[in-house]
Design a protein around this ligand. Structure first.
Ligand code: FES
Length: 233
């Protein structure tokens, strides 16, 4: 009997090195971590935003970040590490200046996601998911970003790059490398992964209103329903 072969495209190398004590966490960052903890009735609810904040200063989930969160929330380090290993948005290894997430879940895959991933991987000279030697890009396959109506989707520092093609993706990365301005197809200027990690932690960068609130494809169903309703009047 032929045994089906399961090939895991996602890395299992996600353990935080608890012996590495290098960190950029200072008193200001500790105060910000405390601010996040104070926002929730159950402080433990702040683990995810706190981890994003740690990533914004250390470029990864550092051991010192785990210890700081554990201290502030009065939970064990194992509790914090359990969250780190559960969510793929958290990285135990330093992420490059720009995080490039190519969606290869069903709809994006059908629309060319794997082709985009392979083209970028080759262009950046990587063997698979990983970071370029110059620290400019970290490439990763990502799961569905709920942007299927704009498939195939590439995420740049978690900003949407909709209706992507292999050629467009390479052009965008080359522009970023050359220091040229790149904007998400939904408006906002692409900054850096670390800057966006601070936003994901819950600290507003004042750019929330750059770009449209919802794209045409997302509103298609609502428009049809509205037209039908108006036709019934
Ligand atoms: S499958 Fe790619 S965004 Fe949903």
């Amino acid at each position: 009997m032929i045994q089906p072969e399961f090939k895991n495209e996602f890395s299992d190398d996600d353990a935080v090195d608890m012996t590495d004590t290098t960190t950029n966490i200072d008193d200001v960052v500790l105060a910000d971590l405390q601010t996040l903890a104070d926002r929730y009735p159950q402080p433990q609810s702040a683990i995810i935003p706190m981890l994003h904040l740690v990533q914004s200063v250390d470029g990864k989930v550092s051991a010192e970040g785990v210890r700081a969160i554990s201290r502030i929330l009065n939970v064990t380090e194992a509790v914090v590490l359990g969250v780190v290993t559960f969510y793929t948005q958290f990285h135990a290894h330093e992420v490059g200046k720009h995080h490039v997430g190519v969606c290869t879940t069903s709809l994006c895959a059908v629309m060319g996601g794997d082709m985009i991933y392979e083209t970028i991987r080759e262009h950046l000279g990587l063997d698979g998911d990983g970071t370029t030697e110059d620290g400019m890009f970290t490439l990763e396959r990502v799961e569905c970003n709920a942007g299927c109506d704009f498939a195939p989707v590439m995420m740049l520092n978690w900003e949407f790059m909709d209706n992507m093609t292999p050629r467009k993706a390479v052009e965008i990365l080359d522009k970023l490398k050359a220091g040229e301005e790149v904007r998400s197809t939904r408006g906002p200027k692409i900054t850096s992964w670390r800057e966006n990690e601070r936003v994901l932690a819950g600290f507003d960068d004042g750019r929330g209103d750059e770009g449209p609130a919802a794209g045409k494809a997302s509103l298609a169903g609502w428009r049809i329903a509205k037209d039908v309703k108006e036709g019934e009047k």
